[in-house]
Design a protein around this ligand. Structure first.
Ligand code: PLP
Length: 467
Protein backbone atom coordinates (compact mmCIF):
# COMPACT_ATOMS: atom_id res chain seq x y z
CA UNK A 1 0.00 0.00 0.00
CA UNK A 2 1.20 3.49 -0.70
CA UNK A 3 2.08 5.43 2.41
CA UNK A 4 3.18 8.73 0.88
CA UNK A 5 -0.37 10.14 0.75
CA UNK A 6 -1.35 9.10 4.25
CA UNK A 7 -0.76 10.23 7.79
CA UNK A 8 -1.22 7.93 10.73
CA UNK A 9 -2.77 9.21 13.90
CA UNK A 10 -3.72 5.99 15.58
CA UNK A 11 -0.89 6.09 18.07
CA UNK A 12 -1.63 9.38 19.74
CA UNK A 13 -3.39 12.67 19.96
CA UNK A 14 -0.68 14.89 18.52
CA UNK A 15 -2.36 18.06 17.41
CA UNK A 16 -1.36 20.00 14.35
CA UNK A 17 0.36 23.28 15.27
CA UNK A 18 -1.47 25.52 12.81
CA UNK A 19 -4.99 24.17 13.21
CA UNK A 20 -4.71 22.88 16.79
CA UNK A 21 -6.48 19.72 15.62
CA UNK A 22 -5.32 16.13 15.92
CA UNK A 23 -5.35 14.27 12.61
CA UNK A 24 -8.13 11.82 11.74
CA UNK A 25 -7.51 9.27 8.99
CA UNK A 26 -10.51 8.01 7.03
CA UNK A 27 -8.32 7.30 4.02
CA UNK A 28 -5.94 4.54 4.97
CA UNK A 29 -7.29 1.10 3.95
CA UNK A 30 -5.53 -0.89 6.65
CA UNK A 31 -7.01 -3.03 9.41
CA UNK A 32 -7.14 -1.34 12.80
CA UNK A 33 -4.04 -2.53 14.72
CA UNK A 34 -6.09 -3.43 17.81
CA UNK A 35 -8.09 -5.93 15.75
CA UNK A 36 -5.13 -8.07 14.70
CA UNK A 37 -4.83 -11.45 16.50
CA UNK A 38 -1.45 -10.65 18.06
CA UNK A 39 -1.62 -13.06 21.03
CA UNK A 40 -2.73 -15.96 18.84
CA UNK A 41 0.08 -15.24 16.41
CA UNK A 42 2.61 -15.13 19.25
CA UNK A 43 1.42 -18.57 20.38
CA UNK A 44 1.55 -19.84 16.77
CA UNK A 45 5.12 -18.65 16.39
CA UNK A 46 6.09 -20.29 19.70
CA UNK A 47 4.54 -23.59 18.58
CA UNK A 48 6.33 -23.38 15.25
CA UNK A 49 9.74 -22.72 16.82
CA UNK A 50 9.23 -25.45 19.43
CA UNK A 51 8.94 -28.11 16.75
CA UNK A 52 11.75 -28.88 14.30
CA UNK A 53 9.28 -30.74 12.07
CA UNK A 54 7.58 -27.36 11.50
CA UNK A 55 10.34 -24.77 11.65
CA UNK A 56 12.86 -26.70 9.56
CA UNK A 57 10.68 -26.78 6.43
CA UNK A 58 9.41 -23.33 7.43
CA UNK A 59 12.89 -21.86 7.24
CA UNK A 60 13.80 -23.65 4.00
CA UNK A 61 12.80 -23.06 0.39
CA UNK A 62 9.22 -24.28 0.18
CA UNK A 63 7.34 -26.26 -2.47
CA UNK A 64 6.34 -24.23 -5.55
CA UNK A 65 2.65 -24.54 -4.66
CA UNK A 66 3.23 -23.45 -1.06
CA UNK A 67 3.32 -24.98 2.43
CA UNK A 68 1.39 -28.27 2.14
CA UNK A 69 -0.50 -28.24 5.47
CA UNK A 70 -1.69 -24.67 4.86
CA UNK A 71 -2.98 -25.56 1.38
CA UNK A 72 -5.00 -28.42 2.88
CA UNK A 73 -6.32 -26.34 5.77
CA UNK A 74 -7.29 -23.42 3.51
CA UNK A 75 -9.13 -25.88 1.26
CA UNK A 76 -11.25 -27.18 4.12
CA UNK A 77 -11.84 -23.70 5.56
CA UNK A 78 -12.99 -22.42 2.17
CA UNK A 79 -15.20 -25.50 1.75
CA UNK A 80 -17.01 -24.74 4.99
CA UNK A 81 -17.50 -21.08 4.06
CA UNK A 82 -18.21 -21.19 0.32
CA UNK A 83 -19.89 -24.58 0.05
CA UNK A 84 -21.89 -24.51 3.24
CA UNK A 85 -25.24 -26.13 2.76
CA UNK A 86 -26.71 -24.31 5.73
CA UNK A 87 -30.36 -23.45 5.98
CA UNK A 88 -30.90 -19.85 5.07
CA UNK A 89 -27.81 -19.81 2.82
CA UNK A 90 -28.47 -18.19 -0.55
CA UNK A 91 -25.93 -20.34 -2.31
CA UNK A 92 -27.21 -22.27 -5.33
CA UNK A 93 -27.31 -26.04 -4.68
CA UNK A 94 -24.58 -26.61 -7.31
CA UNK A 95 -22.19 -24.59 -5.16
CA UNK A 96 -22.58 -26.95 -2.22
CA UNK A 97 -21.47 -29.95 -4.29
CA UNK A 98 -18.03 -31.35 -3.46
CA UNK A 99 -15.21 -30.21 -1.25
CA UNK A 100 -12.51 -27.80 -2.40
CA UNK A 101 -9.29 -29.79 -2.68
CA UNK A 102 -5.76 -28.69 -1.77
CA UNK A 103 -4.69 -29.15 -5.41
CA UNK A 104 -6.84 -26.15 -6.32
CA UNK A 105 -4.93 -23.90 -3.89
CA UNK A 106 -1.62 -22.15 -4.47
CA UNK A 107 -0.09 -20.17 -1.59
CA UNK A 108 0.81 -16.57 -2.47
CA UNK A 109 2.50 -13.56 -0.90
CA UNK A 110 -0.88 -11.79 -0.74
CA UNK A 111 -3.28 -10.61 -3.42
CA UNK A 112 -0.97 -7.88 -4.78
CA UNK A 113 2.08 -10.07 -5.18
CA UNK A 114 -0.04 -12.78 -6.73
CA UNK A 115 -1.59 -10.42 -9.25
CA UNK A 116 1.90 -9.87 -10.66
CA UNK A 117 2.56 -13.65 -10.79
CA UNK A 118 -0.77 -14.28 -12.53
CA UNK A 119 0.17 -11.81 -15.24
CA UNK A 120 3.63 -13.32 -15.66
CA UNK A 121 2.29 -16.82 -16.19
CA UNK A 122 -1.04 -16.30 -17.96
CA UNK A 123 -0.68 -13.19 -20.14
CA UNK A 124 1.49 -12.01 -22.98
CA UNK A 125 2.17 -8.27 -23.22
CA UNK A 126 1.36 -8.26 -26.95
CA UNK A 127 -1.20 -10.99 -27.49
CA UNK A 128 -3.29 -10.21 -24.40
CA UNK A 129 -5.32 -7.28 -25.67
CA UNK A 130 -6.66 -5.41 -22.68
CA UNK A 131 -7.07 -5.42 -18.92
CA UNK A 132 -10.73 -4.68 -18.12
CA UNK A 133 -11.14 -3.19 -14.65
CA UNK A 134 -14.41 -2.43 -12.93
CA UNK A 135 -14.29 1.31 -12.27
CA UNK A 136 -13.91 2.85 -9.75
CA UNK A 137 -11.11 0.39 -9.05
CA UNK A 138 -8.63 -0.65 -6.37
CA UNK A 139 -6.14 1.91 -7.55
CA UNK A 140 -2.91 0.20 -6.52
CA UNK A 141 -3.66 -2.64 -8.94
CA UNK A 142 -3.11 -0.29 -11.89
CA UNK A 143 0.65 -0.16 -11.51
CA UNK A 144 0.86 -3.95 -11.31
CA UNK A 145 -0.79 -4.06 -14.74
CA UNK A 146 1.48 -1.27 -15.99
CA UNK A 147 4.55 -3.20 -14.83
CA UNK A 148 3.38 -6.20 -16.85
CA UNK A 149 3.38 -4.17 -20.07
CA UNK A 150 -0.25 -3.03 -20.23
CA UNK A 151 0.40 0.67 -19.50
CA UNK A 152 -2.08 2.17 -21.97
CA UNK A 153 -4.29 -0.86 -22.42
CA UNK A 154 -6.23 -0.69 -19.18
CA UNK A 155 -9.94 -0.10 -19.73
CA UNK A 156 -12.52 0.88 -17.13
CA UNK A 157 -15.87 -0.92 -17.09
CA UNK A 158 -18.73 0.89 -15.32
CA UNK A 159 -20.78 -0.69 -12.56
CA UNK A 160 -24.39 -0.11 -11.49
CA UNK A 161 -26.44 -1.41 -8.52
CA UNK A 162 -25.95 -5.00 -9.77
CA UNK A 163 -22.24 -4.57 -10.40
CA UNK A 164 -20.24 -4.79 -13.62
CA UNK A 165 -21.95 -3.54 -16.80
CA UNK A 166 -21.84 -6.60 -19.06
CA UNK A 167 -23.18 -4.90 -22.17
CA UNK A 168 -20.40 -2.32 -22.04
CA UNK A 169 -17.84 -5.06 -21.48
CA UNK A 170 -19.13 -7.22 -24.32
CA UNK A 171 -18.99 -4.28 -26.72
CA UNK A 172 -15.43 -3.54 -25.67
CA UNK A 173 -14.35 -7.17 -26.01
CA UNK A 174 -15.87 -7.40 -29.46
CA UNK A 175 -14.16 -4.22 -30.64
CA UNK A 176 -10.84 -5.38 -29.22
CA UNK A 177 -11.17 -8.64 -31.14
CA UNK A 178 -11.93 -6.80 -34.37
CA UNK A 179 -8.84 -4.65 -33.84
CA UNK A 180 -6.68 -7.70 -33.06
CA UNK A 181 -7.88 -9.42 -36.25
CA UNK A 182 -7.01 -6.33 -38.31
CA UNK A 183 -3.59 -6.07 -36.71
CA UNK A 184 -2.89 -9.77 -37.15
CA UNK A 185 -2.47 -10.27 -33.41
CA UNK A 186 -3.00 -14.01 -33.52
CA UNK A 187 -0.34 -15.56 -31.30
CA UNK A 188 1.68 -14.73 -28.17
CA UNK A 189 4.96 -12.95 -28.82
CA UNK A 190 6.85 -12.72 -25.51
CA UNK A 191 5.36 -15.40 -23.25
CA UNK A 192 4.78 -18.49 -25.33
CA UNK A 193 2.33 -21.06 -24.00
CA UNK A 194 4.15 -23.66 -21.95
CA UNK A 195 2.97 -27.11 -20.84
CA UNK A 196 1.72 -25.59 -17.54
CA UNK A 197 0.04 -22.45 -18.80
CA UNK A 198 -2.55 -20.93 -21.04
CA UNK A 199 -2.16 -17.42 -22.44
CA UNK A 200 -5.46 -15.54 -22.24
CA UNK A 201 -6.56 -12.87 -24.71
CA UNK A 202 -8.11 -10.65 -22.04
CA UNK A 203 -7.99 -10.09 -18.28
CA UNK A 204 -11.04 -8.91 -16.36
CA UNK A 205 -10.17 -7.62 -12.89
CA UNK A 206 -12.71 -6.90 -10.16
CA UNK A 207 -13.54 -7.25 -6.47
CA UNK A 208 -16.96 -8.89 -6.81
CA UNK A 209 -17.92 -8.76 -3.13
CA UNK A 210 -17.64 -5.52 -1.10
CA UNK A 211 -15.56 -3.78 -3.73
CA UNK A 212 -12.79 -1.40 -2.87
CA UNK A 213 -13.83 1.42 -3.15
CA UNK A 214 -17.56 1.14 -3.91
CA UNK A 215 -18.57 -1.71 -1.51
CA UNK A 216 -20.82 -3.06 -4.25
CA UNK A 217 -21.65 -6.75 -4.54
CA UNK A 218 -22.01 -8.15 -8.06
CA UNK A 219 -25.33 -10.01 -8.40
CA UNK A 220 -25.47 -13.74 -9.12
CA UNK A 221 -26.85 -13.28 -12.63
CA UNK A 222 -24.12 -10.78 -13.50
CA UNK A 223 -21.51 -13.21 -12.17
CA UNK A 224 -22.93 -15.92 -14.40
CA UNK A 225 -23.08 -13.59 -17.39
CA UNK A 226 -19.49 -12.58 -16.75
CA UNK A 227 -18.29 -16.19 -16.73
CA UNK A 228 -20.09 -16.85 -20.02
CA UNK A 229 -18.53 -13.74 -21.58
CA UNK A 230 -15.08 -14.70 -20.35
CA UNK A 231 -15.45 -18.15 -21.89
CA UNK A 232 -16.56 -16.70 -25.23
CA UNK A 233 -13.71 -14.20 -25.42
CA UNK A 234 -10.88 -16.28 -23.91
CA UNK A 235 -10.62 -13.99 -20.88
CA UNK A 236 -9.23 -14.68 -17.41
CA UNK A 237 -11.37 -13.23 -14.61
CA UNK A 238 -9.19 -12.26 -11.64
CA UNK A 239 -11.47 -11.80 -8.64
CA UNK A 240 -9.92 -10.17 -5.57
CA UNK A 241 -12.00 -12.03 -2.98
CA UNK A 242 -10.27 -10.31 -0.07
CA UNK A 243 -13.28 -8.99 1.88
CA UNK A 244 -15.73 -11.93 1.62
CA UNK A 245 -15.39 -13.00 5.28
CA UNK A 246 -16.16 -9.52 6.62
CA UNK A 247 -19.91 -9.34 6.06
CA UNK A 248 -22.96 -8.24 8.06
CA UNK A 249 -26.55 -7.15 7.42
CA UNK A 250 -26.89 -3.49 6.42
CA UNK A 251 -29.78 -3.21 8.88
CA UNK A 252 -28.13 -2.47 12.24
CA UNK A 253 -30.90 -4.33 14.10
CA UNK A 254 -30.77 -7.56 12.07
CA UNK A 255 -29.09 -10.65 13.54
CA UNK A 256 -25.62 -11.57 12.27
CA UNK A 257 -25.28 -13.47 9.01
CA UNK A 258 -24.43 -17.19 9.31
CA UNK A 259 -20.77 -18.00 8.77
CA UNK A 260 -21.24 -18.82 5.11
CA UNK A 261 -20.75 -16.85 1.93
CA UNK A 262 -23.82 -14.92 0.86
CA UNK A 263 -23.10 -15.41 -2.82
CA UNK A 264 -20.87 -17.84 -4.73
CA UNK A 265 -17.49 -16.68 -5.91
CA UNK A 266 -16.91 -16.33 -9.62
CA UNK A 267 -14.44 -19.23 -9.46
CA UNK A 268 -17.23 -21.40 -7.99
CA UNK A 269 -19.59 -20.40 -10.78
CA UNK A 270 -16.97 -21.27 -13.39
CA UNK A 271 -16.81 -24.64 -11.63
CA UNK A 272 -20.46 -25.55 -12.21
CA UNK A 273 -22.04 -23.27 -14.82
CA UNK A 274 -23.20 -25.00 -18.04
CA UNK A 275 -21.30 -28.17 -17.20
CA UNK A 276 -18.19 -26.59 -15.66
CA UNK A 277 -14.95 -25.08 -16.99
CA UNK A 278 -14.48 -25.20 -20.76
CA UNK A 279 -10.91 -26.49 -20.49
CA UNK A 280 -8.47 -27.63 -17.81
CA UNK A 281 -7.52 -24.04 -16.86
CA UNK A 282 -11.00 -22.53 -16.69
CA UNK A 283 -11.64 -18.78 -16.91
CA UNK A 284 -11.53 -17.58 -13.31
CA UNK A 285 -9.18 -17.36 -10.37
CA UNK A 286 -10.01 -16.31 -6.82
CA UNK A 287 -7.30 -14.09 -5.36
CA UNK A 288 -7.58 -14.46 -1.57
CA UNK A 289 -5.62 -12.84 1.25
CA UNK A 290 -5.07 -12.99 5.01
CA UNK A 291 -4.14 -9.29 5.03
CA UNK A 292 -7.51 -8.05 6.26
CA UNK A 293 -8.05 -10.99 8.63
CA UNK A 294 -4.65 -11.54 10.28
CA UNK A 295 -2.42 -8.66 9.19
CA UNK A 296 -0.97 -7.38 5.89
CA UNK A 297 2.58 -7.77 7.23
CA UNK A 298 2.14 -11.56 7.18
CA UNK A 299 2.19 -11.34 3.36
CA UNK A 300 0.24 -14.57 3.02
CA UNK A 301 -2.64 -15.23 0.67
CA UNK A 302 -3.89 -17.97 -1.60
CA UNK A 303 -5.18 -18.36 -5.13
CA UNK A 304 -7.84 -20.85 -6.09
CA UNK A 305 -8.50 -22.08 -9.60
CA UNK A 306 -8.70 -25.39 -11.41
CA UNK A 307 -6.04 -27.93 -10.48
CA UNK A 308 -4.13 -27.17 -13.72
CA UNK A 309 -4.43 -23.42 -13.16
CA UNK A 310 -3.13 -23.62 -9.57
CA UNK A 311 -0.20 -25.76 -10.69
CA UNK A 312 0.55 -23.38 -13.59
CA UNK A 313 0.59 -20.43 -11.21
CA UNK A 314 3.04 -22.25 -8.94
CA UNK A 315 5.40 -22.51 -11.92
CA UNK A 316 6.01 -18.72 -12.05
CA UNK A 317 9.79 -18.31 -12.35
CA UNK A 318 10.12 -16.64 -8.96
CA UNK A 319 8.32 -19.54 -7.22
CA UNK A 320 10.32 -22.17 -9.11
CA UNK A 321 13.49 -20.47 -7.93
CA UNK A 322 12.61 -19.45 -4.38
CA UNK A 323 9.66 -21.67 -3.56
CA UNK A 324 6.24 -20.20 -2.87
CA UNK A 325 6.46 -16.82 -1.11
CA UNK A 326 6.02 -16.33 2.64
CA UNK A 327 6.98 -19.86 3.62
CA UNK A 328 7.69 -19.10 7.29
CA UNK A 329 4.62 -16.86 7.66
CA UNK A 330 2.59 -19.71 6.17
CA UNK A 331 3.55 -21.96 9.08
CA UNK A 332 2.28 -19.32 11.57
CA UNK A 333 -0.98 -18.83 9.69
CA UNK A 334 -1.41 -22.58 9.45
CA UNK A 335 -1.57 -22.88 13.23
CA UNK A 336 -4.71 -20.73 13.26
CA UNK A 337 -6.91 -22.71 10.89
CA UNK A 338 -7.36 -26.33 12.06
CA UNK A 339 -7.66 -25.05 15.65
CA UNK A 340 -10.55 -22.80 14.59
CA UNK A 341 -8.75 -19.78 16.08
CA UNK A 342 -9.03 -17.67 12.92
CA UNK A 343 -12.67 -18.65 12.39
CA UNK A 344 -13.46 -17.60 16.00
CA UNK A 345 -11.49 -14.39 15.58
CA UNK A 346 -13.49 -13.48 12.48
CA UNK A 347 -16.80 -14.32 14.15
CA UNK A 348 -16.21 -12.89 17.61
CA UNK A 349 -13.87 -9.98 16.96
CA UNK A 350 -13.68 -8.83 13.38
CA UNK A 351 -17.27 -8.99 12.18
CA UNK A 352 -18.77 -7.35 15.31
CA UNK A 353 -16.06 -4.66 15.37
CA UNK A 354 -16.21 -3.77 11.67
CA UNK A 355 -19.99 -3.96 11.74
CA UNK A 356 -20.11 -1.47 14.64
CA UNK A 357 -17.66 0.81 12.82
CA UNK A 358 -19.70 0.65 9.63
CA UNK A 359 -22.94 1.39 11.51
CA UNK A 360 -21.36 4.34 13.29
CA UNK A 361 -19.98 5.84 10.10
CA UNK A 362 -23.27 5.33 8.25
CA UNK A 363 -25.29 6.98 11.00
CA UNK A 364 -22.88 9.93 11.06
CA UNK A 365 -23.15 10.18 7.26
CA UNK A 366 -26.95 10.15 7.48
CA UNK A 367 -26.91 12.81 10.14
CA UNK A 368 -24.29 15.16 8.67
CA UNK A 369 -23.69 14.49 4.98
CA UNK A 370 -26.92 13.31 3.34
CA UNK A 371 -28.69 16.56 4.33
CA UNK A 372 -25.97 18.41 2.38
CA UNK A 373 -26.73 16.43 -0.79
CA UNK A 374 -24.17 13.61 -0.47
CA UNK A 375 -25.41 10.23 -1.76
CA UNK A 376 -24.69 6.62 -0.82
CA UNK A 377 -24.70 4.61 -4.07
CA UNK A 378 -24.52 1.22 -2.27
CA UNK A 379 -27.07 2.36 0.33
CA UNK A 380 -29.77 -0.18 -0.63
CA UNK A 381 -27.73 -3.35 -0.47
CA UNK A 382 -29.11 -5.81 2.13
CA UNK A 383 -25.59 -6.94 3.05
CA UNK A 384 -22.61 -4.73 3.74
CA UNK A 385 -18.98 -5.58 4.35
CA UNK A 386 -15.35 -4.88 3.69
CA UNK A 387 -13.62 -1.67 4.72
CA UNK A 388 -15.03 1.19 2.66
CA UNK A 389 -17.96 3.53 1.99
CA UNK A 390 -18.21 5.35 -1.33
CA UNK A 391 -20.05 8.66 -1.47
CA UNK A 392 -21.20 10.77 -4.38
CA UNK A 393 -20.88 14.49 -3.73
CA UNK A 394 -23.23 17.37 -4.45
CA UNK A 395 -22.44 18.37 -8.04
CA UNK A 396 -20.69 21.62 -7.08
CA UNK A 397 -18.09 19.83 -4.97
CA UNK A 398 -15.07 17.94 -6.26
CA UNK A 399 -13.35 15.18 -4.32
CA UNK A 400 -9.89 16.65 -4.95
CA UNK A 401 -10.74 20.02 -3.48
CA UNK A 402 -12.78 18.56 -0.64
CA UNK A 403 -9.90 16.21 0.31
CA UNK A 404 -7.41 19.06 0.12
CA UNK A 405 -9.50 21.42 2.28
CA UNK A 406 -10.38 18.63 4.72
CA UNK A 407 -6.69 18.13 5.34
CA UNK A 408 -5.72 21.81 5.44
CA UNK A 409 -8.57 23.01 7.63
CA UNK A 410 -9.61 19.96 9.64
CA UNK A 411 -6.57 17.64 9.52
CA UNK A 412 -8.87 14.97 8.13
CA UNK A 413 -7.68 12.47 5.52
CA UNK A 414 -10.17 11.13 2.98
CA UNK A 415 -9.76 9.52 -0.47
CA UNK A 416 -10.75 11.65 -3.44
CA UNK A 417 -12.70 9.71 -6.09
CA UNK A 418 -10.14 10.60 -8.77
CA UNK A 419 -7.64 8.27 -7.11
CA UNK A 420 -9.85 5.32 -8.06
CA UNK A 421 -10.02 5.96 -11.79
CA UNK A 422 -8.40 3.41 -14.07
CA UNK A 423 -4.95 4.88 -14.64
CA UNK A 424 -3.97 4.18 -18.24
CA UNK A 425 -7.47 4.04 -19.70
CA UNK A 426 -7.05 6.28 -22.74
CA UNK A 427 -10.41 5.40 -24.27
CA UNK A 428 -13.22 7.88 -24.83
CA UNK A 429 -15.16 6.17 -22.01
CA UNK A 430 -12.56 6.99 -19.34
CA UNK A 431 -14.22 8.19 -16.12
CA UNK A 432 -12.47 10.23 -13.44
CA UNK A 433 -14.91 10.10 -10.47
CA UNK A 434 -14.21 13.68 -9.57
CA UNK A 435 -17.51 14.05 -7.72
CA UNK A 436 -16.98 11.10 -5.36
CA UNK A 437 -14.97 10.21 -2.27
CA UNK A 438 -14.07 7.06 -0.33
CA UNK A 439 -14.14 6.78 3.45
CA UNK A 440 -12.52 3.90 5.31
CA UNK A 441 -14.13 2.83 8.60
CA UNK A 442 -11.58 0.08 9.34
CA UNK A 443 -8.39 1.85 10.35
CA UNK A 444 -8.97 4.93 12.48
CA UNK A 445 -9.76 4.59 16.19
CA UNK A 446 -13.45 3.92 16.78
CA UNK A 447 -13.79 7.01 18.96
CA UNK A 448 -12.75 9.32 16.12
CA UNK A 449 -14.97 8.00 13.31
CA UNK A 450 -18.00 10.13 14.15
CA UNK A 451 -15.92 13.24 14.59
CA UNK A 452 -14.23 12.61 11.24
CA UNK A 453 -17.57 12.78 9.46
CA UNK A 454 -18.61 15.86 11.45
CA UNK A 455 -15.37 17.60 10.39
CA UNK A 456 -15.98 16.61 6.77
CA UNK A 457 -19.48 18.08 6.94
CA UNK A 458 -18.09 21.31 8.32
CA UNK A 459 -15.65 21.62 5.39
CA UNK A 460 -18.34 20.70 2.87
CA UNK A 461 -20.78 23.23 4.37
CA UNK A 462 -18.29 26.05 4.05
CA UNK A 463 -17.48 25.04 0.45
CA UNK A 464 -21.16 24.87 -0.40
CA UNK A 465 -21.58 28.35 1.05
CA UNK A 466 -24.23 27.25 3.51
CA UNK A 467 -22.32 28.50 6.54
C1 PLP B 1 -9.30 -5.11 -3.62
C2 PLP B 1 -7.98 -5.28 -2.98
N1 PLP B 1 -7.11 -6.16 -3.51
C3 PLP B 1 -5.90 -6.36 -2.96
C4 PLP B 1 -5.49 -5.67 -1.83
C5 PLP B 1 -4.13 -5.90 -1.27
O1 PLP B 1 -4.09 -7.20 -0.75
P1 PLP B 1 -2.77 -7.86 -0.17
O2 PLP B 1 -2.43 -7.19 1.11
O3 PLP B 1 -3.15 -9.29 0.02
O4 PLP B 1 -1.68 -7.69 -1.17
C6 PLP B 1 -6.37 -4.75 -1.25
C7 PLP B 1 -5.94 -3.96 -0.06
O5 PLP B 1 -6.45 -2.90 0.23
C8 PLP B 1 -7.63 -4.55 -1.84
O6 PLP B 1 -8.51 -3.69 -1.32
Amino acid sequence: MSSAATVSNSSGNNSDQTTGKYPIDLFRGWPNPALLPVDSLARSAATVFASSSIYEPGLQYGPDEGYGPLRAHIASWLTSFYRADTEGSNLPTETAAGAITAERICITGGASQNLACLLQVFTDAAYTRNIWMVAPTYYLACRIFHDAGFMERLRGVPEDEEGIDLEFLERGLREAEERAAKEGNIRPVYTLPRPWSNIYKHVIYLTPTFANPSMKVVSLRRREGLVRLARRFNALIIADDVYDFLQWPSDPNAPNIKEAASIPRIVDIDGYLDGGPIDEYGNAVSNGSFSKLIGPGMRVGWAEGTKAFAYGLSQAGSSRSGGAPSQLSSTFVDQLLPSGILQQHIKQELVPAYRARYNLLISAIKEHLLPLGFKLPAGNQPISGGFFIWLDLPSTLTGDLLAQRAWEVEKLRIGSGTLFQVQGDCSEHHRTFEHSIRLCFAYERFGLLYEGVARLASVARSMLGSE
